[in-house]
Structures are given as C-alpha cells and as structure tokens.
Design a protein around this ligand. Structure first.
Ligand code: AMP
Length: 503
C-alpha cells in the first residue's frame, strides 16, 4: 500500500491495502538467500507484483528486489551474490495504480553506521498521524532520502530510525527502537525485520495477518506468513507469533519474546476463505479441511436439485468437494484452469481483469452440456470473474446454473491490508442477493451464512475480523480513507463495470 504522504501521482483511492507474503530466516552456515527464495516461492500466491530479499553477512546488508514473480526476480547469479546468515524476503501484492519498483520491499534504511531492513504485510490506518508526528506534511516530503519509497512501510522505517537509541546498546538498537514504535502503529501489520545480526518478527495486537515461527531441521529459525512455507525450506512449525508480540532471534536462538500489547485476536476471516494456501494451518486448523466443511455447510443451508457439482478452480475446489459430499450430487470438472496464469484479481485494471478470466478458465462442453450444475466458488468480490464464468458455462450448454458461494456477500472495503478497491466496486455493496442473482444470470444463488462459515473454520467466531462481510471494523478507520472507499468513486477514477452495470 502507498503511504498517503505521497509525492507521486498515485490515483485517489489506491492508497489502501495489500496483503503480501513475508519470510525471514536466521541460519548460520546455511544458504539463507536460497532458503528465503524457497520461502517466497511457497508464498507466491500472496503477492505477484514484486519480490525482494535482504541478506546480512554480519557487517553489510544487501538487498535485491524487482518487479515480477520470485522466479523472474531471482536467478542463480543474483542469489549467489547474497551471502550471509540472516535474510528477510517479501512478495508484494499489486495495488491498483501503485505498481512501481520503489515500492518493492524489503525497505532498507541506514541509521548512522548501522542499517536495517523491513518487510511488511498489511496496512496501517494512522499514517496521517504518524507522518504528522515526524513533522512531515503529507504530499510534500519524501519519507527519507535513503528510503526511495512512499509506502507506509517506509514510514515505519523512518519512525524506527528516529527512535534509534543514541547510546550504543549491545547491538540491541533495533529491538529497542521497535519497542517504542510498535505501540504507535494502528491497523494491520505482520513484520519481518533484520539488522546485521538480528532477525525480528512482530504482529499487530489484532493479528489481522498470519505470521508463524518455525525451526529449521538443520539448525536455525524462520518466520513465514503461512505455515505451508515451512515445509519447503525443511522447517517445522513451532508456534504463531502472537498478536501484539515481537520475537527477537540472534546467535543465541530465540532471545526475547516481547508482549508489547494486549492481544485481541482478529485474524482476517478471508485467510480461511481464499487467501491462504489450502495446506496452511491457521489457529491450528488446516485450511483445506475448513474449506471442505464450508462446502458441506453450504449444501445443508442451500440444497438444490442438480446433476453435477462444479468448482470454480482452484480456490472453489475444496468447498465444491464438501458440497458434493454432503449433497450426494456427483462432483465433476466443468472448467479447466491454465496453470500458468495468476489470480485474475491481480490484473491492474478492470478491463484487463475481464480479459484475464478467459486467459485463466475454459469450459469442458462434453461434461457440462445438458446438465443442471451447482457451481461453487469461495467468494464473489467484484463479480467480474463470476459473471464471465457463468456465461461460459451457459454457452457450453449447461441446462441450469445454480451458484453457491462459500462465504457471505462481500460488502465492505478492507482498511487493514486487503486490496478490494472502493465500496462501489463491490458487487454486493448495495444489491440484494436477488438482484445479484439477476445480474449474474443464474437460476439460483446462495451465500454461506457467517455463523456457518466461522463454525466451519473450527476456531472461535470472535477471533476473526469480519469487517468486509459485516461492516464491523475492529480498528477505527481513518476518516479520509473511509470517505474515499465507502462513498462514490472519485472523479477520474477508473470506472467500475460491475455494480454500475447491475443497476
Ligand atoms: P469476481 O467475480 O471478479 O469477484 O471474482 C471472484 C473470484 O475472485 C473468486 O474466485 C475468488 O476466489 C477470487 N477472490 C476473492 N477475493 C480475492 C482477492 N482479494 N484477491 C484476488 N482474488 C480474490
């Protein structure tokens, strides 16, 4: 996300939100850059705009970052140049209008002779106040000459640099500065940070975004956004970084576990619905199993007479399996996904998103023709994908299309780190389920009720942020951002093709 004190021509309303993948590793005598590369590769689904790794050899921190996928940014040559025993890595999710190299992470900041690097998953909600505290006028000043970035992550780097202790503190300057800065931040953040000899992970008091601690089988420690990333690097899960906690790792191992704020867990419920890999565990429950239970619950809540249950691949697959199991209707493939296409949502403009659906999915007419289909997907956000999928299925000869969604209507923008644009772009913002059914052109439509959804996760209902579904925001939303995202599109903003069409 772009910090609002920007000097570039970031379009209004694009300042909010990204979810990203972060990874950190402390492992003397191991190829930490390669491990970070593998960790980021496992977290590629969390961000496909840019990738970066920072490595410390104990004296110097080197950062390599660029636009593109992990495999596009890194090769044997640049990985080989990253020597050291500590690394952090970051995958950045695209935010409309703000794709630029200088917003790639990790952010590096020098402080006198020292320096540190930071990777951030999430979005802060009090950047204006933080900027004011630094004496900066939003829109006029760069964050710092050494940080060529406008993100709120760069703002945090600046706050940390200014809180750096003047006295030498046995190399503990970074954690001491963080202890002063973290309590000032509001919103969503899972951070990985490093200086030349420490690796630090920290999570906001609500724990909006996941972050786990793992132990490398060959010795050493890792942080990762998702537990699934531990498998690929040969690490085992130790525990979650707790909401409101900071963990400091150095040559002695896990040296400090600091509870800097009372935890009030509100993990993003959408991690269970869509974001996380199915093989990730959240709150101790495997996401894949939870998604199957969502499908089962959906079949019980909204049964339908049909011939075949068809998933919208890939995120709809486990819920469709659960729906088929609970309803007794055979499961079958009706859509084939091109494996080399990323998530269509990530395309930077609405027009390209439209084209993206065709690039990604193609129907199987032999399986579909003449059949009454129950089509299952995890969510409808803007409705662009869904509408085209339904048209494709009808053109391929489906006799009936009954759409089932394994989450409630997505009605409210996220201010803590999910990029879903302004409220007017959300299909369900002002439409009833009946109106959406008409717009999509389906024979029937049902969304999973929120209580059934949270029950399917296996975790306590009150441990989730459900703001995008209920409008209940656990952290106050900044007024300017609220105005931008909750009200009508700004003049000159990219036109939205969904709800407007629907009316
Ligand atoms: P649409 O019909 O355009 O709203 O797209 C619905 C599809 O987008 C579903 O298959 C979801 O799995 C997927 N989706 C849901 N939330 C997101 C998100 N935040 N980023 C990318 N894709 C998403």
């Amino acid at each position: 996300m772009v910090w609002r004190g920007v000097r570039d021509s970031t379009p209004v309303g694009s300042s909010l939100g990204h979810y990203c993948g972060v990874f950190g590793v402390y492992a003397p005598n191991q190829p930490v850059a390669h491990l970070a590369y593998l960790g980021l590769f496992a977290l590629q689904h969390r961000g496909q705009e840019s990738a970066g790794i920072a490595v410390s050899d104990g004296a110097t921190i080197t950062v390599v970052k660029d636009m593109g996928l992990v495999t596009q940014v890194f090769d044997e040559r640049n990985l080989a140049s990253l020597h050291g025993h500590i690394a952090i890595g970051h995958n950045r999710y695209s935010t409309t209008g703000s794709s630029s190299w200088r917003n790639a992470q990790p952010v590096y900041r020098s402080v006198g002779e020292a320096g540190f690097a930071l990777g951030h998953n999430g979005n802060l909600t009090n950047t204006e106040a933080l900027a004011a505290e630094l004496g900066m006028l939003p829109g006029l000043e760069p964050v710092h000459e050494s940080v060529d970035s406008t993100t709120d992550s760069a703002l945090v780097a600046e706050l940390v640099a200014r809180a750096w202790p003047e006295e030498r503190s046995d190399g503990k300057e970074l954690e001491l500065a963080l202890e002063k800065v973290l309590p000032k931040l509001q919103g969503g953040f899972s951070f990985v940070l490093m200086d030349d000899s420490h690796l630090i992970g920290a999570r906001d008091p609500h724990g909006f975004w996941p972050l786990v601690l793992g132990r490398l089988d060959g010795g050493g420690w890792v942080f990762a956004s998702e537990s699934a990333a531990l498998d690929l690097v040969g690490a085992h899960y130790v525990r979650d970084v707790q909401p409101g906690e900071m963990i400091v790792i150095d040559a002695t191992g896990v040296r400090r576990e600091v509870r800097w704020a009372e935890p009030e867990p509100r993990l993003c419920l959408f991690e269970f619905v869509y974001f996380s890999r199915p093989d990730t565990r959240l709150y101790g429950h495997t996401v894949h199993t939870a998604r199957q239970r969502m499908g089962e619950a959906l079949a019980k809540q909204a049964p339908v007479d049909a011939d075949m249950v068809v998933p919208v691949p890939e995120s709809g697959i486990p819920a469709a399996q659960g729906f088929a199991r609970a309803s007794g209707i055979p499961y079958g493939d009706g859509l084939v996904k091109n494996r080399y296409v990323g998530r269509t949502f990530i395309q930077p403009s609405q027009k390209m998103r439209g084209a993206g659906v065709r690039m990604k999915l193609n129907p199987l007419p032999e399986n579909i023709a003449g059949k009454r289909l129950v089509v299952v997907d995890d969510s409808i956000v803007r409705g662009t994908t869904t509408r085209q999928v339904i048209t494709m299925l009808r053109e391929a000869g489906a006799a009936e299309v009954h759409f089932r969604v394994s989450s409630p209507p997505y009605r409210w923008p996220c201010f803590y780190g999910m990029d879903t644009g302004r409220r007017s772009e959300l299909l369900a913002a002002d439409l009833s389920v009946g109106e959406i059914r008409e717009y999509l052109g389906v024979d029937s439509l049902a969304y999973l009720e929120i209580d059934r959804l949270t029950a399917a996760t296996g975790a306590a209902a009150e441990s989730f942020c459900t703001a995008c579904l209920t409008g209940e925001y656990p952290v106050p939303v900044p007024l300017d951002d609220a105005k931008l995202l909750l009200e009508a599109p700004a003049p000159g903003a990219e036109p939205s093709s969904t709800p407007a069409d629907a009316r």
